[in-house]
Design a protein around this ligand. Sequence first.
Ligand SMILES: C[S@@+](CC[C@H](N)C(=O)[O-])C[C@H]1O[C@@H](n2cnc3c(N)ncnc32)[C@H](O)[C@@H]1O
Length: 443
Amino acid sequence: MLDLDFPIGETLKQIRENKRISLKKVSEKTNIDFTLLSRIENGKRLPTKEHINKLADYYDCDKEYLTKILISDKIVYEIKNEEFGLEALKIAEQKMKYYTTLFPELDNGYFKLESRRYIGNKAKLTDWIMEIIRKETNDNNSFIDIFAGTASVAKQAMKYYKKVILNDILFSNEIIYKAFFKSENWNREKLNELLLYYNNLSANELSDNYFSKNFGGKFFDYNIAKKIGYIREDIEQNKPEYNEKEYSILLASLIYSMDKVANTVGHFDAYIKKPIKKKNFNLKLIKCEDFKGVEIYREDANILARNIKADIAYIDPPYNSRQYSRFYHVYETLVRWHKPELFGVALKPKPENMSKYCTIKARDTFKDLVENLQVKYLAISYNNTYQSKSKSSENKIKLEEILDILNNVGETKVFEQNHKYFNTGKTEFSNHKEFLFLTKKYE
Ligand SMILES: C[S@@+](CC[C@H](N)C(=O)[O-])C[C@H]1O[C@@H](n2cnc3c(N)ncnc32)[C@H](O)[C@@H]1O
């Protein structure tokens, strides 16, 4: 193990000398200029991240470790002659902690589960939700998140329960759950190499494809769409080389990376009709959270409810007429890759996976669900986010109706919280209330 106290140049020199390789040979093998390499080793220049990647590959040593030394060198260089350097560093550390909670996008360069735009996701409320569930229930081992969406609540549940069942009707969500949680060995090096290859692709050398023909210049910059289509096809062509975990990680990583460059306000019901802002498309891996006790389903909640058993069910269905399969149709088409014919301005396939919770049948469907779930406790999220907006965004089940249904199946408590809600960045609903109903089912 090398010493973290050494600057990056000296560290690289030590690695090279330990391996008894000449500077000339390193220069030839990595294509990094000889004089530049010498200056880096002598501490006269800092290497770039690209240099570090090339050198780590060639020396077969830990990239992450070298990158950390490089970043710390940069920080030291910046503050070493400052009178208040150390104090400033401490403040910077606090700021970093604050920013990572505000922008929880990346963890060590990998996408976290929560760093995805998804309507109605509960990422900011998981602590509150789980705290109530923990307080109000006891002696429990198993948890179902039956409308799991981004799986942010299920992820929190994994801290406390041995078995966590995840379900959602979307294909794209199922693949994301497998990628993050399925417990199966996978080859990080292999996928990292593949990503490096994908990230170095030049759109000009790629042909037009299903994805670019349909979504290019609309949901994505045309060249980015070309790359996405090429990558998706390549993953499918090489599917036999991947196990289920690796295949799922590749698709989930593609979805998370696409979300960062999509020309949308966070869903695919429409794209922004202004010229598309130039962005870099940089494919990154997701950060896996393998969990041995996970069970993953892609079924209609009401059907699944009759076939599984657990102690607690968390229920967070859609409450208005907006169908998730329509809002996230691009990811559904991407994951299934059956290249369906697409229709209309938003390039949607024929309707499929339509949820009864978004129709006038919502109330009866909800009633059927809570009656048939074989659990001790039900925890139900509900909010008034869209109240008083358009008809399509009105809640399909009224708060009183939910309470009525729940009171019939068990003893029910209501918890509420004011929750700042922002729609597409413009309007703030300051009176937004988030509810959690906790029902202990009658035996
Ligand atoms: C409000 S979102 C859940 C958000 C989730 N709690 C989170 O934190 O991301 C509702 C989810 O239910 C799914 N869904 C809708 N109807 C369904 C059904 N009948 N069965 C299973 N899942 C359904 C949607 O695809 C969507 O992901």
